[in-house]
Design a protein around this ligand. Sequence first.
Ligand code: NAD
Length: 443
Amino acid sequence: MRITVVGTGYVGLVSGACLADVGNDVLCLDVDPAKIQTLQQGGIPIHEPGLPELVRRNVEAGRLRFTTDVEAAARYGTVQFIAVGTPPDEDGSADLQYVLAAARNIGRYMDGYRVVVDKSTVPVGTADKVRATIAEELAARGAAIDYSVVSNPEFLKEGAAVEDFMRPDRIIIGADDERAIDCMRELYAPFQRNHARQLVMDVRSAELAKYAANAMLATRISFMNELANLAETLGADIEQVRQGIGSDPRIGWHFLYAGCGYGGSCFPKDVKALVRTGREHGHELGLLAAVEAINRRQKLRVVDKVVRRFGEDLRGRHFALWGLAFKPETDDMREAPSRVVLEELFARGATVAAYDPAASREARRIFGQETRLGCVERPMQAIEGADALIVLTEWKEFRSPDFERIRAQMRQPVVFDGRNIYEPAVMRRYGIEYFGIGRRCRA
Ligand code: NAD
């Protein structure tokens, strides 16, 4: 099949490369010329395991190409995936300007039947807006061309995006015409040879299903964070509570970790957008508003602990920070807890040496001229002379560090563990003063 993917971010680039890998001819469009230039020169603008090899293989095979030419892109694929960003607007609702701009370009230049697929996470009713936008463009040039609009929300996880796209646990196809449904079934057949399920449903349910999934996962996290804070007060240990409830199959183990809050490009914005959608339609989604508020507070939890230990005035204090990305295996720092923690530490006069296996470049871009931040190349470099180590992302390489060396090289052996990756008893054995989230340790 000939496919156009509009937007070459985390979702668009991964989708395009995976679709090419099963034999489709794919043209990826982006309005960011620097991104397209990087891709055309063989570079990959994001960190995603397995993606560089996948892109290289398909570019070499001639199945994957990149362009900034909107006209060529609209004329190319019978299937047009829209995978552009939907960032939060000022009021928390999803900003649809990029989705509708993509739709406008498709309508302006398409020259035959198109299946236009909303892959971006978009509020209920967006497919109708995409349909209307294309209709307007066609009417403006007096063209009568048939097209379908499909909602096909994406469930891949950053850090495992290629694997998730290649082996999805479900594929949601929201459509109401058979021609589009057949086309999508054929397109996705190679990705579900074993047990993945194609769920065909109406467009609005598909749009809502994506928000429901993210809202549910965010709720589990905020639930655990709320309980962790209570556990601290009560002298209980959230890790043991987690074991006690995760073993119940009705609850399960996933997304049951207390920590320094969720971040990323999806949960925060999608929870906000769903609350906003509810409000617009007269439904106050109190549960989700609380999920959001708890998360905002939780990002400050580590700073509260630092302040309780070192005082409000952190001038002259120097901290080692491990983990800038919002989660392991990505360079994405959108809404990452590290951003809030860094800003709070800087505001109180502290300096920070930060290490992240993938996100240092992104941190330099975000914090630009901030002289209080130094990004270092190795975890132990950050430790040198620090008053405390703060861990904010659970990268595998942080799990079993040389604690003897950490104790020896720091000004004082203090660890704030925002992801509960260390055991309080082990830390005590190494003579390290340890602060977890909801753990039975000094807080
Ligand atoms: P991103 O910001 O990484 O990428 C979006 C890309 O779209 C950018 O490169 C931008 O330049 C480009 N773009 C914007 N307007 C354009 C236009 N008119 N034409 C062509 N290109 C255009 O975003 P992302 O993380 O890939 O997310 C995309 C969508 O997918 C969002 O709605 C997001 O909520 C959803 N989603 C993201 C993830 C994830 O893990 N990142 C997972 C599932 C769903």
